[in-house]
Design a protein around this ligand. Structure first.
Ligand SMILES: [Zn+2]
Ligand SMILES: [Zn+2]
Ligand SMILES: [Zn+2]
Length: 279
């Protein structure tokens, strides 16, 4: 049985919580669950040869802090949901994993996401044009598309088409290639669906039979590119994963208040939340 542990590295929206210059109840809360770094996750697992593996979903501007906080020692791949700043402006930090592992890092993104990464990170992707030879990340880009599964070291990652306002992005479903190798308390199959305001019809079948779902719930008030708390609850109940955790929250949401009012199968995530175990 291959152990798997999924960690929420950051549970916050693009500005993070606390928000700069705000002294609201949430931004000044003493509850550590109200401190939300920018959005991202990682899955750690041990492959069939006993090698520990770490795959990141997105690379937030807080990635350095998150990697130190969780003592991440390696990176075997990065899956990008989309290119927005809060999901991609930590990409520079992974050069340390290149150095530690003495190996390039595979990154997986849709074409429009990759185009934006190449525009922002010309010093990485066109490093031969750098005036001075410098310490930049070494990345191997791979194009992905909805429903085209990516097999990495014994896990299968399937991109799921989601709509982020009018921008098509992806979430990821994670399954074991060999479902028979699952422990009874396995968190897989798991889906991570951040930055979503609607789920197109073709994606619904891929959300069947989930043990764990992570779902965007920005705030209470309507937003054009994210689910509200109400929409997230409604969507989570329709998907009916065994356990759903809400992600990508603003400072409108006081953890201790909302978490206690949610239905049993739905909880708020928080920075450092883990499902599964490496033991
Ligand atoms: Zn605030
Ligand atoms: Zn976004
Ligand atoms: Zn975002």
């Amino acid at each position: 049985m291959l152990p798997v542990r999924f960690t929420i590295l950051g549970s916050g929206t693009s500005a993070g919580v606390p928000v700069i210059g705000c002294d609201c109840e949430v931004c000044t809360s003493n509850d550590p669950r109200d401190q939300r770094t920018r959005s991202g996750a990682c899955i750690e697992f041990v492959d069939s040869r006993g090698q520990q593996r770490v795959v990141l979903i997105d690379a937030s501007p807080d990635l350095r802090f998150q990697a130190l906080r969780h003592r991440l020692q390696r990176c075997d791949g990065i899956l990008f949901t989309h290119h927005h700043v809060d999901h991609s402006f930590g990409l520079d930090e992974v050069r340390r994993f290149n150095a530690v592992m003495d190996a390039p890092i595979d990154i997986y993104a849709e074409e429009h996401t990759l185009d934006n990464l190449k525009r922002v990170y010309a010093h990485i992707f066109d490093s031969h044009k750098n005036v001075n030879a410098s310490f930049v990340a070494t990345l191997i880009p791979h194009l992905i598309g909805p429903s085209r599964a990516i097999d990495l070291h014994g896990l299968r990652f399937t991109p799921l088409r989601l709509m982020h306002g009018r921008l098509p992005i992806v979430g990821f479903r994670i399954d074991r290639e060999d479902a028979a190798a699952a422990p009874a308390d396995d968190p897989l199959p798991l889906a991570y669906c951040t930055d979503v305001s609607s789920i197109p019809p073709e994606t619904w079948p891929a959300l069947d039979g989930l043990k764990t779902l992570f779902l965007d719930a920005l705030r209470y008030r309507h937003h054009p590119t994210h689910f509200t708390v109400g929409q997230a609850i409604e969507t989570a109940q329709r998907i009916a994963a065994q356990q759903t955790y809400l992600v990508h929250m603003t400072h409108d949401i006081l953890h201790g208040d909302l978490d206690s009012r949610l239905p049993d199968s739905i909880r708020l995530s928080y920075d450092g939340l883990q499902v599964g175990s490496l033991d």
